[in-house]
Design a protein around this ligand. Sequence first.
Ligand SMILES: [Zn+2]
Length: 656
Amino acid sequence: MKLIALQCVMVLSVLFVYDARAQHKSPFEKTNRIPEALSPINLSQVMPKGWLKTQLEENLRGFTGHLDSLVPELIIQDDIYGRDRLTRQVKSKDLGAVSEAGDWQVQFLWWNCETQSNWWDGYIRSAILARDTMHLIRIKGYIQSILATQDTDGYLGIYDKDLRYKFDTENGELWAKATLLRGLLAWYEYTGDAIVWNAVKRAVDNVIVNYPPGQSHPFHVNKPDAGGLTHGLVFTDVLESMYRLTGNHAYLDYCLFLYGDFSQQALNEDGQYDKLINPGVPLIGHGVHTYEQLRPLAAAYYASGNVQLKTAMDKFLQKIESTTNPSGAPAGDEFIGGRKADATTTGYEYCSVHELMDSYISLLVKTGNVSYGDKVERLFFNAAQGARHPSESAICYLKTDNSYYLTGGKNGDTSDRNQTRYRYSPVHKEAAVCCVPNAGRIGPYYIQHMWMQEDSALVAELLGPCELNTKWRGNTISIKEITEYPFEHKIRFEVSTEERMKFPLKIRKPAWAMDVKSSLPYILKDGYIVVDRTWNKTTKLTIEFMTEPIMRQAGQEEIYFTYGPLVLAHPIDAVETITRQYAVNTCKEMQYTPVSKTIYQYIPQPDQHIKKLRDNPMTFFTTMFNPDSWTSESIELVPMGQTILRQVTFQKHSRE
Ligand SMILES: [Zn+2]
């Protein structure tokens, strides 16, 4: 008995030692790299059509095509990558002023690189996708001038030789490069220009030489608040693109190194490994930082295959879920502050909407999991469209799902006279010119990821009107996607191949689709409609998703409605005040006050009726309780993306 007991103890202690070792294994160690499920298609092979094309063209006529004229002092007059690179002198001079006004303003030193490069990134992609010759010529000139700033050692960036790569304070070294190189890579995808490719490759090599993996600490800083430094983590976007273009795994290994170093430094950032795996630590940081950090973590997980990073990613996604509003937009106005989403009180920044959408696209590419496609569509069709002015070239920097006033402060709040973000502007210079550049990126990022490929299949991932023209497996293929989606649920595909070709065409089935009608035989597999056949000349395929308006729960006490991927809202009539007129293409700033202050309530009943207007399939009516007149009224609901002031959620009425 004793012997057996001793053996048991020995076995247990061996298990214990084994377990303890397993627990102490680094989450940043490589185990088995995981290949991505899908490959993005070259952006020049997808052409937007219908409303997507119209929107790109509107942006090109407005803030995306002309931001340099709207804020010349931030773009034209500050040659931050060239003549006006930051030096030790500039730094110390500006730090003097900054120390009185607070550390926050240290960021002004690098801000213009973000404004400029994020703007160019959206502008380049928009011009390519819209095939706009005039803008493409202008962009070509910019590409030549930015490449001319590259030093002989490959350095492309915003710091002079006395400063670069030698920081222990806030800096924008990697962030300036991440934003710039994303745009240059888009131009390379379109042109295939070897000069651009070599410039990007040399710039990335210059980073790797100066921040050698395993032997340097790019995220080391003497104060934990360092927004420019931590934005630089999304340099992984560039590295992942480089990997996809070259197949060189060293770029992915460098993603793992960056995320590991970021996680191990003292920084006030939500996306650090130790914070993510602790469910008791809520998201509190600057929203846009937090939501973009999902991408570097996902890149590190796929580069390493380390299950500990998978756990961190799953817990991160759960935390984000709790900050997500009905529109898909994540809390962050500017900070998240540990709050859960509330349709009236948690505002969201346009930058966060773009960055979270891009993070979900990254997860869609990696996993092929259709649920990320639903998340992308929810954000783009509702949050992004709903914070973009329906008829002018302007956006809200901050907005809430329930938007009762847009006069600067949140829903009419006037306690902070400097709060100007809750209104429409083509610039938002008083706050920061960060959101407007991202409003020019979000459409192109959606469009260029509408089609993706697997080894043996073409996949329609994000739905809407477009045309794919690609050379795939030695054959020229064109697929027209004719639809007004998401404003109709029928999509007519026209598949043309140069030669007879057998392959499966896969179409993402949205989660809300209760049933599918198809003009050709199909099977459903892993959330995809798979039409596997021999395609010859031109084949027509019509897919229709069947659904009804759905009432959904927002928290415990509120409900809202969706129809397909669209969140519905009651539009509130408003008085418009133009607060500034720009000389550029009728661009203006606008505020809105409501004509009526009624906030409708919902009386719980077993079957809440919502009626579709027959001649306008996107207008609905439902009955709600008016607490001002104490009567029930029939009110209109439309897609929230078409509204300015609106009520999205309805609180349950209690009759007491
Ligand atoms: Zn912003």
